[in-house]
Design a binder for this molecule. Structure first.
Ligand SMILES: NC(=O)c1ccc[n+]([C@@H]2O[C@H](COP(=O)([O-])OP(=O)(O)OC[C@H]3O[C@@H](n4cnc5c(N)ncnc54)[C@H](O)[C@@H]3O)[C@@H](O)[C@H]2O)c1
Length: 424
């Protein structure tokens, strides 16, 4: 029998909880052995979430890395601005790494980590979970089969969803870009990574436009207080009313409120009175954009566009090949259902590819969370670190695309990704 992978984690927030709870359902592959988090209630909760009541608990990254190596793989599940240091130290301590995206808040640090992984010969798998979804795996398979002919152009779209935008990018962890990373990296590095993977060529240059238009003080209704809990006169009609965390919008609450999943309404209201998530969405300190487009040119003249908007739900893709066109995803739900549809240019014949979802495991990120954990065990055994589907080495390109796109947006110029990757 093949040896199990022992998992440890730095940071016990939403992501680590997801990965370790999935690992607990795959006991033939994984053993959750240790975690670290300065917040006692979060690390204690891991006794249940990890399926290992005896899991070793440490106060923080320094604490867990001060003892001899405990596991095969260290999950780096801290926030965006604190990946580099624990990832470097864990690699030096001999761990292979499951590293949350974004790799780091600057391109220089992305490079530093990729170089360190190479130098130390560590496997670093970046959590670009979309590569492990049944949907995008099928799209890649169709492209590779030659059914589309040569891919000439791609349009991709990501609808973040208005409440999700408000939760994460107006009130939440990724609202103030100086403290984390720009939206095109924080959220959409997934999408740029998928474009790079599907097109299979380096991106040469990018242009980008977009900004923050809606979630600003200019749109604040007259008379609304700073917090929704302070008796907003428009509360009944406002879809962003934070009191909806108590009823129709509970699903994201447990990710930010310890004990939120089982909290009573009065406990949630008390929490909203003092937490960032109780603020009026038009009175926050947010700088993340609520819409952005990126135009890209890849090697060989292949072009792509990507649109991120707060005001749509779900991801979609259109691929234009010399033989056929492929469409699928949220924008095509009404006409295509869950199918990816390939239409031949010559005779209009359509082939529909149904993408099966397993309801239990495939709920997170379109099945990507489960797919990634299913794959991790084998990925960590492949002969060379660069061969992992989502290795840090392949992720350098999508991060360079994202940082270059942000520079393009801020400066109103076209930015060459190659130059950017080398110099910044
Ligand atoms: N792959 C994806 O699709 C995906 C989705 C969401 C978030 N993310 C990324 O995953 C990362 C984690 O996100 P999250 O939502 O789980 O965050 P979170 O805020 O819920 O969890 C981070 C945890 O790290 C802990 N922490 C802080 N300093 C620490 C230290 N020195 N040692 C140990 N623990 C420490 C915090 O107490 C917190 O519990 C972020 O970088 C985020 O951008 C990725």
């Amino acid at each position: 029998m093949r040896k199990k992978s022992r998992l440890a984690a730095i940071g016990c927030g939403g992501r680590t909880q997801t990965y370790m709870s999935i690992a607990a359902t795959l006991p033939e592959h994984y053993e959750n052995v240790a975690v670290a988090d300065p917040v006692a209630v979060r690390r204690e909760a891991m006794r249940t979430i990890s399926g290992n009541a005896d899991i070793a608990l440490y106060h923080d990254d320094k604490d867990i890395l001060s003892v001899p190596k405990l596991a095969d793989v260290m999950i780096i599940g801290t926030q965006d601005d604190y990946h580099v240091e624990p990832c470097l130290r864990a690699m030096e301590a001999g761990y292979d790494i499951l590293l949350e995206k974004p790799i780091a808040p600057t391109m220089a640090e992305v490079r530093e980590l990729a170089d360190a992984a190479k130098c130390l010969d560590r496997r670093v798998l970046v959590c670009h979970v979309l590569r492990y979804t049944p949907f995008y795996k099928k799209v890649k398979e169709i492209i590779d089969s030659g059914a589309l002919g040569a891919v000439e152009s791609v349009n991709a779209r990501e609808g973040v969803g208005a409440w999700h935008q408000a939760h994460s990018y107006v009130r939440g962890h990724w609202a103030v870009t100086d403290k984390c990373s720009p939206m095109i990296i924080a959220k959409s590095c997934h999408d740029l990574d998928i474009l790079y993977w599907l097109i299979g060529r380096p991106c040469k240059s990018v242009a980008s436009y977009g900004g923050l238009s809606h979630f600003t003080e200019n749109n604040k209704p007259e008379g609304s207080p700073l917090r929704c809990t302070d008796g907003c006169p428009l509360g009944l009609d406002c879809m962003y009313n934070a009191l909806h965390y108590m009823d129709r919008n509970r699903e994201l609450l447990h990710l930010v409120m310890d004990g939120g999943a089982a909290a009573a309404p009065d406990e949630i209201e008390a929490w909203l009175r003092q937490s960032p998530w109780g603020r009026c969405v038009y009175s926050c300190d947010n700088t993340a954009v609520d819409h952005q487009v990126v135009a890209m040119e890849f090697e060989g003249g292949v072009t792509a566009t990507f649109t991120m908007t707060a005001f749509d739900e779900g991801r979609s893709i259109e691929i234009f090949g010399t033989k056929a066109r492929l469409v699928g995803g949220a924008a095509y739900k009404e006409t295509c259902g869950d199918d990816i549809v390939v239409t031949d240019h010559a005779d209009g014949r359509q082939v529909r590819h149904n993408v099966e979802f397993d309801d239990l495991g495939y709920s997170g990120h379109g099945g990507g969370d489960f797919g990634l954990m299913q794959a991790l065990h084998e990925e960590m055994r492949c002969s060379a670190p660069e061969q992992m589907l989502s290795s840090i080495h392949t992720s350098v390109m999508s991060h360079a695309m994202g940082f270059a796109a942000e520079k393009a947006r801020l400066t109103g110029t076209t930015v060459r990704v190659e130059d950017f990757e080398c110099k910044e």
